[in-house]
Design a protein around this ligand. Structure first.
Ligand code: VG1
Ligand code: CO
Length: 543
């Protein structure tokens, strides 16, 4: 085996964001760019010689090229074996599943999630540890620090590996195992949910539509929903993963999944609709003409968890990201279990799950998951919902309305302003923080500010502290406005405004969230001087 040590110079911008390093494809295609980051990962994790790694991605443009580079670098860095999803495909939750099942040292996931793909789109890479979860902030900071100092990387000279053929081959002194991308994950799903009940429901005429958005979940949805559960083949749409996602934006929300939304809000709508994102970790759940807010979805799955065989013994606790609504907190209280509030990003849930403190986790950004893996999991949420609907024999809408009647409704919405000039966005955050000292006690219409701060989190397991995790304006009546800048974008800045109020009155539960939150929306615009500073009249995306 010919190991080459290649001289390189460091890039200064390889700082992982909310979920790994994400850049435009041409940035990753620069000479040494990917190699530097991969070597920085290997230098940081210091795997013992002969260790096993998992590698796979969401199939976007540059996935295969990147995998060839990573394999040759893994061989040069002393790994003994790499498990690769067939064709280079592994959804993010499937990668987590494989890392855990085969007890590997860790894994590298190639994805920019919901960001557009193609030669001019985005690419991304992240490292997950042996628990199957995204590296903690301590590790990603160390990788970043290393990337700023790196001056050589190691790679072997070898022919490309055939990624499409199942089986083993040798690369230098390392074994490459091409594994079925779907089988291990599908088996895990079958162990958690009542497939017989779902199958019977589907056979009885319950109609579903799942939109894979031309992204990674197509093969997974086909195998699970069609082959194993017996749904008609046309229940899965846009099921072939494409390197450019069909020029779409594989983000399952009311804006970008409009094709599905038109179907479930149209004539002869199916009983259940769902979609997932580029890398398969997000989910959107729809009933006939009805949208389930992700925060409500988490609360609802928690309240109904024992209907699913994998959760029959109950939940240890729940965790939600700070901007996610407090609907789950109400369920946790009723169940007498703890509820943790973490910063945005799945990497903060790992320690809590590893320590057995929580079973379910969720984010308002269409992310829900549990301790079955250490990533959020789109199809898992879909199957969980189907299991709940099959057990309760009610419509999605009826289940949500009953939940609100019992617990009250946390009215919730997120307004995203995408593609803002970075200066303008930073200026808004500075303005908000400058107001902290004087905001408390201040009256805005019918709302009085109780507290304004920048959220920081102390991990209850390892004591690590993460600061600067979002500006919170908390009002006396429990309503909130949260402001954050996105850490996953690659162009300009995205300002996210999260709005929440609580409505105990069933008579008002039918109200549209935008109407119910109108006054808070006005306060958010006033506090940020958004229109004056950005010239924007309306958000890019409302969820
Ligand atoms: C967004 C979401 C966050 C999620 C992250 C990764 O981050 O808000 O909740 O964990 O994407 O999801 P940000 O920093 O842009 O707000 V995924 O599906 O991209 O892996
Ligand atoms: Co994703």
């Amino acid at each position: 085996m010919q190991v080459q040590t290649i001289a390189t110079s460091a890039f200064t911008d390889q700082k992982p964001g909310t979920s790994g390093l994400r850049k435009r494809v041409p940035v990753f295609q620069q000479a040494h760019y990917l190699e530097n980051f991969v070597q920085s990962i290997f230098d940081t994790i210091a795997a013992p010689a002969g260790a096993t790694l998992v590698v796979g991605g969401d199939g976007r443009y540059y996935n295969r090229e990147a995998i060839q580079i990573i394999l040759k670098m893994a061989a040069a860095n002393g790994f003994g074996r790499v498990l690769v999803g067939q064709g280079g495909i592994l959804s993010t939750p499937a990668a987590s599943c494989v890392i855990r099942k085969y007890q590997t040292f860790g894994g590298i996931i190639l994805s920019a999630s919901h960001n557009p793909g193609g030669p001019e789109g985005d690419f991304g890479i992240k490292y997950n540890g042996n628990n199957g979860g995204p590296a903690t902030e301590t590790v990603t900071e160390a990788i970043f620090a290393r990337s700023k100092q790196i001056d050589t990387y190691r790679i072997i000279e070898a022919a490309d590996v055939a990624l499409d053929t199942l089986g083993e081959s040798q690369l230098g002194g390392m074994t490459v195992s091409i594994i079925d991308s779907v089988a291990d994950y599908a088996e895990l799903m079958e162990s958690l949910f009542d497939f017989d009940a779902i199958q019977a429901m589907l056979a009885g005429g319950f109609r579903i539509k799942f939109d894979a958005m031309h992204a990674v979940t197509g093969p997974y949805a086909r195998e699970i929903l069609v082959n194993r559960l017996g749904a008609p083949a046309d229940s899965v749409m846009n099921a072939v993963p494409l390197p450019d996602f069909g020029n779409g934006h594989p983000d399952p929300n009311l804006t970008y999944a409009h094709e599905l939304v038109e179907i479930v809000y149209g004539d002869n709508a199916p009983d259940f609709g769902a979609a997932s994102d580029g890398d398969g970790d997000r989910n959107m759940i729809l009933g006939k003409g009805f949208f389930v807010t992700p925060s409500d979805s988490l609360a609802l799955l928690a309240a109904n968890a024992t209907l699913a065989p994998g959760y029959r013994q109950g939940l240890a606790g729940i965790a939600r990201s700070m901007p996610t609504s407090a609907a789950a907190d109400r369920v946790a209280e009723a169940l007498g279990i703890p509820c943790y509030e973490t910063p945005t990003g799945w990497k903060f849930f790992g320690n809590l799950m590893d320590a057995g403190k929580v079973t379910l986790c969720g984010e308002e950004s269409f992310g829900t998951g549990s301790n079955h893996v250490r990533e959020k999991d789109g199809l898992w949420a879909v199957l969980f919902w189907l299991n709940v609907v099959a057990a309760r024999k009610q419509s999605v809408e009826a289940i949500v309305r009953e939940h609100w009647a019992k617990f009250g409704r946390n009215v919730y919405s997120r307004h995203d302003y995408e593609g803002l000039p970075t200066d303008a966005a930073n200026g808004i955050m500075v303005l908000l923080k400058a107001g902290f000292a004087t905001l408390s006690g201040k009256q805005f219409g019918s709302y009085t500010v109780k507290l304004a701060d920048d959220f920081s989190y102390t991990d209850p397991v390892d004591g690590s502290v993460s600061t600067g995790q979002g500006v919170r304006i908390l009002f006396e009546d429990g309503s909130r406005i949260v402001f954050r800048l996105s850490g996953t974008g690659t162009e300009g800045a995205t300002l996210r405004i999260y709005l929440e109020s609580f409505e105990p009155d069933v008579g008002k539960h039918h109200l549209d969230a935008q109407d119910a939150l109108a006054e808070l929306i006005g306060i958010a615009l006033q506090l940020t001087e958004l229109r004056q500073r950005t010239g924007r009249e309306a958000p890019t995306v409302i969820t």
